[in-house]
Design a protein around this ligand. Structure first.
Ligand SMILES: NC(=O)c1ccc[n+]([C@@H]2O[C@H](COP(=O)([O-])OP(=O)(O)OC[C@H]3O[C@@H](n4cnc5c(N)ncnc54)[C@H](OP(=O)(O)O)[C@@H]3O)[C@@H](O)[C@H]2O)c1
Length: 330
């Protein structure tokens, strides 16, 4: 089969669409998917650069989410059949013509969503639902601050926050991106270049009940300063570094909490697993996607043979939401 290979670690030029070994038959509880499209994530860019190795046992091929059609089911798979249109959360291997996925990480392509756009959903849906709802318990009337509101994760989180009845504040790096965040449901718009989010959120509300953070170290103290009483900070990215000093007194006096989570390295099954998250996503979030309340936000569709031109789009001022690689015609 064909897949994206890495000629060493480095810039987009190390990416190539090349022949690789065919996959084995799916094992117990697994399915093989003929990939229609693969979502691009910041994690793929980090893995390409040599900074984010796949977890033990995962494919070395990039790609944490796909959409496609089931080609073959392995022993013991009851709920899915060859021919079913699905999207899947993966630990790797998505940038390819075919991928093997655990059946427990499949979701049906939601009503009204194209097969290509469905590739933009699993990673954002699982990350956002597990952090905002399963970890932080976000609910109606609360204030949610999302850093990087125009990112793949951020655009999904805005819509989920609004659907749950939260008041949504976002940070982004340009007015154009903030305008798009407003269209998606954010009401407090903060340009991180020239506005201080601590001041804006503290002045407009009495702090944030939940913060979804992608910056890590560089924002830690200011995030804690922004929390409301009993507020929860969920850190999912370390774009501003992995280390920081924190005045715990600020957290203690607010009875706040800090969670730092990772989706890719979660176990497939058991408490806190990917299967547990996908079950919750299908039950609670998928109806919101099917009725159009939460939409996949796809900024660009790029043929996978041009993968080297797709990765830089993540840093383009024009990109809001996700970039998707198209692998074959739906
Ligand atoms: N832990 C997990 O399980 C998990 C899962 C998925 C994703 N993530 C993490 O979540 C983050 C977003 O992922 P993605 O795939 O959606 O990436 P992405 O679309 O490439 O988004 C990255 C975002 O970072 C924003 N940003 C850069 N500097 C910023 C700053 N100083 N303040 C606020 N925002 C800033 C950019 O916003 P502007 O363009 O407006 O500057 C951009 O929207 C990444 O860090 C990724 O590693 C973690």
């Amino acid at each position: 089969m064909y897949a994206v290979t890495l000629d060493g670690f480095g810039g987009p030029e190390v990416l190539a669409w090349a022949q690789v070994d065919d996959l084995p038959a799916p094992g117990p509880g697994e399915v093989t998917i003929d990939v229609a499209a693969a979502g691009v994530n910041r994690a793929d860019v980090m893995q390409r650069g040599g900074f984010y190795p796949p977890p033990p046992g995962a494919s070395e091929i990039l790609g944490l989410e796909v959409s496609g059609v089931i080609a073959e089911v392995g022993p013991g798979v009851q709920d899915w059949q060859p021919g079913d249109a699905v999207c899947a959360l993966l630990a790797g291997g998505g940038y390819a013509e075919k991928v093997i996925a655990p059946a427990s990480q499949l979701l049906p392509v939601p009503e009204g969503v194209s097969l290509t756009a469905a590739a933009a959903l699993p990673e954002a849906a699982a990350t956002v639902w597990s952090n905002l709802v399963m970890t932080a318990g976000l609910h109606s009337g609360q204030v949610l601050l999302i850093h990087g509101g125009a990112s793949g994760i951020g655009t999904h989180a805005i819509q989920v926050g609004r659907a749950l009845g939260a008041r949504v504040a976002v940070t982004a790096g340009s007015q154009a991106k903030l305008d798009r965040c407003r269209e998606l449901g954010a009401t407090t718009l903060i340009d991180y270049h020239d506005q201080d989010f601590v001041t804006v959120v503290s002045d407009e509300y009495s702090g944030a009940d939940v913060i979804l953070d992608i910056m890590g170290g560089s924002y830690l103290q200011r995030n804690v300063d922004t929390l409301a009483e009993g507020g929860q900070l969920t850190i999912i990215g370390l774009q501003g570094g992995a280390t920081a000093e924190l005045n715990l007194g600020a957290l203690l006096s607010k009875r706040g909490s800090v969670h730092v989570t990772n989706l890719r390295r979660r176990p497939a099954h058991g408490p806190g697993s990917k299967a547990a998250i996908i079950t919750e996503v299908r039950k609670h979030l998928w109806p919101l996607v099917s009725d159009g309340t939460v939409m996949p936000i796809v900024s660009a569709e790029v043929p996978i043979t041009d993968v080297a031109s797709a990765h830089p789009l993540l840093d383009s001022p024009a990109t809001v939401g996700k970039v998707v690689l198209t692998v074959r015609e739906p």
